[in-house]
Design a protein around this ligand. Structure first.
Ligand code: ZN
Length: 239
């Protein structure tokens, strides 16, 4: 195996590494997870908003119940006075009766208000129950997708982990100045420092190479670069 073979292998590893990273970033499931998380976030916010409204409703009901209790207490007090026989003045009695009637009216209004609030609460609770089901479904879906992601990403990550060791094995096989050139060309040519040659064709830039140059690279032991694209030439055979 010629020394250029090692550079070629090195390029294969580096290319594979880049493509694995790209695959990791572009895993379709990752996008699905992001979308699902955003939907879940929205539903969770809706749930919190419902909880807040339920608490607010609860407070409003308690307040009205307090008012109703106070109203009833006043009414009972007046009724007690009315029937106690302590008051004999007809004017005063009719005044008390009027007050009682007003309080009764207010009591009825309060009851109606409380009932309306309770119905509202019931509707909110039902909405929250439905939302709880939706949340559970979304969470279960997210769990599933995350498991898929872990599996898919896991395979890619596993392969990625093996690459540095393979790379390390190749480095001592190649002279340092060749490696330097490889790195420089790799930066310039977006990872394509080495170009394969088939027959007399440089596959880096698709020009025909002079016959004497091709004859020099056939063993892949000498470092030659393409006169046109400047890449290191790696001879792959005639076809
Ligand atoms: Zn070329």
């Amino acid at each position: 195996m010629g020394k250029i073979n090692y550079l070629w292998d090195l390029q294969c590893i580096d290319t594979r590494e880049k493509s694995l990273w790209r695959e990791l970033e572009n895993l379709g499931i990752k996008k699905e997870i992001t979308e699902l998380e955003s939907r879940l976030g929205q539903k969770r916010r809706e749930f919190m908003e419902l909880s807040r409204r339920l608490q607010e409703g609860e407070r409003a009901i308690r307040k009205k119940e307090g008012e109703a209790g106070e109203n009833e207490r006043k009414q009972l007090e007046l009724e007690k006075r009315l029937y106690s026989g302590q008051t004999s003045s007809a004017r005063e009695l009719s005044q008390i009766q009027r007050k009682i009637a007003t309080l009764k009216e207010k009591g009825k209004e309060l009851e109606e208000k409380i009932l309306a609030l309770m119905l509202e609460q019931e509707a909110l609770e039902k909405e929250q129950e439905k939302l709880t089901v939706v949340l559970r479904e979304l969470e279960a879906e997210l769990d599933k997708k995350q498991a898929v992601y872990a599996r898919e990403a896991g395979e890619l990550e596993q392969e990625l982990e093996l690459l540095p060791a393979e790379r390390e094995k190749l480095l001592p096989m190649v002279e340092e100045k060749w490696l330097d050139l490889y790195q420089r060309l790799s930066v310039i040519n977006k990872g394509q420092a080495v170009a394969a040659v088939r027959g007399d064709l440089c596959l880096g830039c698709r020009i025909s190479l002079p016959t004497n140059l091709v004859s020099q690279i056939i063993t892949n032991d000498r470092l030659q670069t393409c006169p046109n694209c400047g890449r290191i030439l790696y001879y792959q055979g005639t076809k």
